[in-house]
Design a binder for this molecule. Structure first.
Ligand SMILES: Nc1ncnc2c1ncn2[C@@H]1O[C@H](COP(=O)(O)OP(=O)(O)OP(=O)(O)O)[C@@H](O)[C@H]1O
Length: 210
C-alpha cells in the first residue's frame, strides 16, 4: 500500500521537532529513516501511528493501516508467548491462523509456553516483532527493530519485512544497520529539523535554564 506524508509538522510534548516533512513510500518499498540521536525519528513514527496528532500537514493513509513497532516490547508479562500472540490476534481481529504465521516467522514455537516475563531481551524483541505479522496491516512503522537481536534473528526479521513488501506492504524503518533489503531508499530526517525553540510560555523550565 502506497502512502504519502505531506508537509507534516510534528511535535513531542510542547516542542515542535519537525517541520514540512514530505515523502512517499510505494507499495513493496521500505524507506529507511536515518538521523542522529534526538533528530525526530521516533517523533515522526509516533505521528504516523496516530499516537501524537500532527500539528499540520497530512498523511494519505489512515492510522488503521499502520502497525507500529515501538522501542518498548509491549508484552503482557504474566502471559505466555502464545497467549500474547492470541491476545493481539484477537485485538486486531485476525485470529489463530495469523497468530500461527507470526509464531513461525520468528521461530517462537519453542518458547510458546514461556511467560513473557521470563524471556531474554532478544526473545522479547522477537515476540514483539511477531505482532507486526499478525496485524495484517499494510504499513509497518518500526523504531530500531533489531535492538537485542543476534545475527540469525536479524536475518529472520529482514525476511519477515521482505515477505511483507513482496505481498504489497510498505515499511518505514528507523535503523542504523543495513538490513540487506532489496527495495530501500534512505530518508535523512535531520533535513526536516524545526528551527527555533519550543513555545516558552508552555515550558515550566524555561526560566531555570537561562
Ligand atoms: N515527551 C517529550 N517532550 C518533549 N520533548 C521530547 C519528548 N520526548 C522526546 N523529546 C525530544 O524530541 C526530540 C526528538 O526526539 P526523538 O525521540 O523523536 O528522536 P530520535 O531521532 O528518535 O532519537 P534516538 O535516535 O535517540 O532514538 C529530542 O530533542 C527529544 O529530546
Amino acid at each position: 500500500m502506497e502512502f504519502e506524508a505531506q508537509s507534516l509538522t510534528c511535535r513531542r510534548g510542547e516542542a515542535i521537532v519537525l517541520r514540512d516533512v514530505s515523502f512517499r513510500v510505494r507499495a513493496g518499498e521500505a524507506l529507511i529513516l536515518r538521523g542522529p540521536n534526538g533528530s525526530g525519528k521516533t517523533t515522526l513514527l509516533r505521528t504516523l501511528a496516530g499516537l501524537t496528532p500532527a500539528v499540520a500537514g497530512k498523511v494519505t493513509a489512515p492510522t488503521e493501516a499502520m502497525a507500529y513497532g515501538a522501542h518498548a516490547d509491549g508484552l503482557k508479562a504474566q502471559l505466555t508467548v502464545a497467549e500474547n500472540l492470541a491476545f493481539w490476534a484477537a485485538a486486531f481481529g485476525t485470529g489463530p491462523a495469523a497468530a500461527a504465521r507470526a509464531e513461525a516467522a520468528f521461530d517462537l514455537a519453542p518458547l510458546r509456553n514461556r511467560r513473557a516475563a521470563d524471556l531474554s531481551a532478544g526473545q522479547k524483541r522477537r515476540a514483539a516483532l511477531a505482532r507486526l505479522v499478525l496485524t495484517d496491516r499494510p504499513i509497518w512503522l518500526l523504531d530500531e527493530p533489531t535492538v537485542s537481536l543476534d545475527a540469525e534473528n536479524t536475518a529472520r526479521f529482514a525476511a519477515a519485512v521482505q515477505a511483507h513488501l513482496a505481498s504489497g506492504g510498505a515499511a518505514l524503518i528507523a535503523t542504523h544497520i543495513d538490513l540487506g533489503l532489496p527495495e530501500t531508499r534512505l530518508l535523512d530526517i535531520s533535513t526536516f529539523a524545526a528551527r527555533g525553540t519550543p513555545d516558552r510560555a508552555a515550558d515550566p523550565f524555561a526560566e531555570a535554564v537561562e
